[in-house]
Ligand binder design. Sequence first.
Ligand code: R5P
Length: 302
Amino acid sequence: MSNAIVFAFPGHDRLATALVARLGAERGRLALHDFPDGESYVRLEMPVAGRDVVLVCGLHRPNEKIVPLLFAAGAARDLGASSVGLVAPYLAYMRQDRRFEPGEAVTSATFAAWVSSFADWLVTAEPHLHRRGSLADIYAARTGVVHAGEAVARWVGAHVRNALIIGPDRESERWVSEVARLAGAPYLVLEKTRRGERAVEVSLPDIAAHAGRTPVLVDDIISTARTMIAAVRALREARMPAPACIGVHAVFAGPAYEELQAAGAGIIVTCNTISHPSNAIDLDGALADAAARMAGALAGAL
Ligand code: R5P
């Protein structure tokens, strides 16, 4: 039994249970409430003095979560916690990683500074690192990253015969190639042009050499699903079978999931970093292992 105590935000009971088991931790009780004026009430209902506090809170729809999270971490420190860690299966605000237009906020950097101000460490899964080398570029907090490639490749190996792994854009190549290697399948990447939030075009290379294979589209985030839809359409026009669509993070904004189904996708599968009916690939164990490594490293540093 460690001295860690795990407090889960709503919707994270399953992951919290995995963390409690892996860390040999106690499960904390957290009370959250919105006052009539919209302000947040937060209470840690178990003592935390001298303990390593682990907060579990995915950051999909981050604006409504970040304030109570900040208060929970603040309360933990105030009440004498030895450390505060955050397990966030989905890490928000990673996509605005540069100023595309003059005057824009580079939200990934500001968000990173904010989280690093209240967490000693952060564990997350497959953060969107297209233009950055690592989370350490922007996070001052120690970071642990779970890569989904192995779990995705296992799923492909078990469910798709004769797969052709396809990444929707050049940036996806480094991890699509890894999934393909692990699944023992060939891969290719598409050329993608995003003209707006809901306007995406992709172009397909010559695919004739892959006739007879089952396309498997793999992306880190499915948000509006415009990327996947454009790729599905291009593949169907090239007379390929309905592609399996795999996303790590099931953001699925608005009717995106239904629109992807209607566009002619085959099976749609995601990892369980954001709760959704398409979740079929489990990353809880890997997140718990990463949190245990982080807690161990922290103990070694004390
Ligand atoms: C972009 O670089 C990402 O890897 C995804 O392709 C993108 O976030 C998907 O967004 P959407 O579903 O809105 O097209």
